[in-house]
Design a binder for this molecule. Structure first.
Ligand SMILES: *Cc1c(COP(=O)(O)O)cnc(C)c1O
Length: 389
């Protein structure tokens, strides 16, 4: 379309439907009627038809797809009921028993489970490599390698993968690449422009941006999208028309929100790094991040997730989170409200402190997802909470 991202977020879906309303209509219908048997035959046979049966497609889906494809720079897109719906559907569409997949030692937890547990159960071999080591991806490739799965930046240390270098290796060998771009959002990073074939998102995070919907997006070529769509309608992780509409509403302000969140997170990370009660801060926008140079090359901004360790152990970190007044104590990320969690608490129900130490789970770690509040308020809130430990 030739517009900048800010304009595309508003205008990319204008001609997708012929609605006269300025605000998009919510097509809350499971099924659409045909004008006659000829149209019915067409609706039933055209893949991804937007007015046939909502599991197959829906006019609101069509709008979200148009916006997301423009934002990621891909030919087209698909929407799903969740981020995991997008990741599982895309991966299961392109691998079969006997194939080999390369993934990273760190992924979103359910992605790791999908690769490590489910794929193996269906006869797919999987190798996990250190994402900071490009050569490790190359070395892991086998004659039957079909797919390389990337995610950057990734929890818990916000490590970064050299996306262009890995896709170059993959392309030379005819291997597909898939990248989870949830943490960056297309405003900060466009993996397809770095060579990735399939870009996936949890729309539950930045894309929706208001902690209200669960959704996923797959951005790719027309050919791959049609292949993935056939798996999608079989697995059935269908985004509801209402959530698609909320997602569309969220996308309108994505560029603005991400810009503000980038600025807030950078300022908060620098503030924390200079504070005596903080042991270490992990944020790709900091010079102290081990891959800051790479992050600057492939990202336009560094996102809203800041990870840090407070000086102390389990108790201090827990007290710090409890003393915070602004961020809510909740485990999502990428929305307008700041959220903070003491990461070790996630395992507290099932593991002792000793077991966590043995499993390399840092006890003093905080994951802070920065929102769009005023930065002065976020800083003074963190300062008062640090006073209390
Ligand atoms: C949240 C998340 C997912 C899963 O998304 P859901 O919408 O919760 O299914 C996948 N990848 C990343 C990086 C995430 O943060």
């Amino acid at each position: 379309m030739g517009y900048k991202l800010e304009t595309l977020a508003l205008a990319a879906d204008r001609d997708v439907t012929d609605e006269k309303s300025v605000a998009p209509a919510i097509h809350y219908s499971a099924v659409f009627k045909a004008a006659g048997s000829e149209e019915f035959a067409e609706m039933s046979s055209v893949p991804q038809h937007p007015r046939n049966y909502t599991r197959y497609g829906n006019p609101v889906h069509e709008r979200v797809k148009a916006v997301m494809a423009e934002l990621e720079g891909t030919e087209t897109a698909l929407v799903t009921a969740s981020g995991m719906g997008a990741i599982a559907t895309a991966i299961l569409s392109v691998v079969k028993a006997g194939d080999h997949v390369v993934g990273q030692t760190r992924h979103y937890m359910s992605t790791t489970k999908l690769l490590d547990d489910m794929l193996r159960r269906f006869g797919v071999e999987v190798t996990f490599v250190d994402q900071t080591d490009v050569i490790a991806f190359d070395r892991a490739i086998r004659p039957n390698t079909r797919l390389i799965v990337l995610e950057s930046p990734v929890n818990p240390l916000l490590l970064v993968t050299d996306i262009a270098a890995v896709t170059e290796i993959a392309r030379a060998r005819g291997i597909l690449t898939l990248a989870d771009n949830t943490f960056a959002s297309p405003i900060n990073q466009q993996p397809h422009r770095l060579g990735v074939d399939i870009v996936v998102h949890s729309a539950t995070k930045y894309l929706g941006g208001h902690h209200d919907l669960t959704g996923g997006v797959i951005c790719t070529s027309r050919v791959l999208a049609e292949q993935i769509w056939h798996t999608h309608i079989t697995l059935g992780a269908v985004l509801s028309p209402m959530d698609a509409w909320l997602l569309l509403r969220g996308l309108r302000t994505l560029p603005m929100r991400v810009e503000r969140i980038n600025a807030n997170a950078q300022a908060l990370a620098e503030f924390l790094e200079a504070h005596a009660k903080i042991e270490r801060v992990f944020y790709p926008g900091l010079r102290s991040h081990p891959q800051h140079g790479l992050a600057c090359r492939q990202m336009r901004g560094f996102g809203g997730v800041v990870a840090f360790g407070v000086r102390g152990s389990y108790g201090e970190a827990q007290r710090f989170v409890e003393a915070l007044r602004l961020p809510l104590n909740a485990g999502n990320l990428g929305g307008v409200d700041s959220l903070a969690i003491h990461t070790a608490s996630m395992w507290a129900g099932t593991m002792s402190a000793e077991q966590m130490r043995a499993a390399d789970i840092p006890l003093n770690f905080i994951r802070y997802s920065v929102g769009i509040e005023h930065i002065d308020d976020l800083k003074s809130d963190v300062a008062q909470a640090l006073e209390q430990i």
